[in-house]
Design a protein around this ligand. Sequence first.
Ligand SMILES: [Zn+2]
Length: 201
Amino acid sequence: MTQPTQPIDPRALDLFAFCRAGGEAASEVAARDLPRIIAETAAQAPASAADEVFAYALSGFVEEEEGEPGAPATQRLFVDLTVNGRVWLDCQRCLRVFAQDIATDMCFEVVASEEEADAASMDDDEVDVIVGARRFDLLTLIEDEVLLALPVAPKHDVCPEVHESLVTGADGLAEPEPEEPPEEEKRPSPFAALAGLKTKH
Ligand SMILES: [Zn+2]
């Protein structure tokens, strides 16, 4: 955070150089530039939903690893990405649109090829592995992270104007109580009818 951030081209970032230089960058991207986020945005969202801004920060670093005796130390490249913003979604409880806050913070190991990525993810499943590039599309990675952060069942923390008495079931699904049929339309249960026969002796 103390290092000054560098201007980067988020569509064509030399991710290897960025990590090796211990790069720091922070910027913003609008939802309109993230088509898969727009696809997830609720149809009833306000027109301004496409203007929602995702703030992101990227920092690169290197970890030296001792090699075999006599062999040079190997460098592992890492990048830390945080994304903050909001996405307009349909609440599954009250069906109204609401702005879901998104806050992600992920660390990725940056490798040079798919083969290395496969090998690295087998070594260590604690760290997500991405394949770097000299012209890396950071916005696609940001989009991936936001999509992963979306709730499976989006809901308001507290739905507006939903009366407590309408909330039924453990999942809080709002459904009006079925109305009791009028008394005269109630059919007696077969057991009640049997009981009635028994007492008629
Ligand atoms: Zn709701």
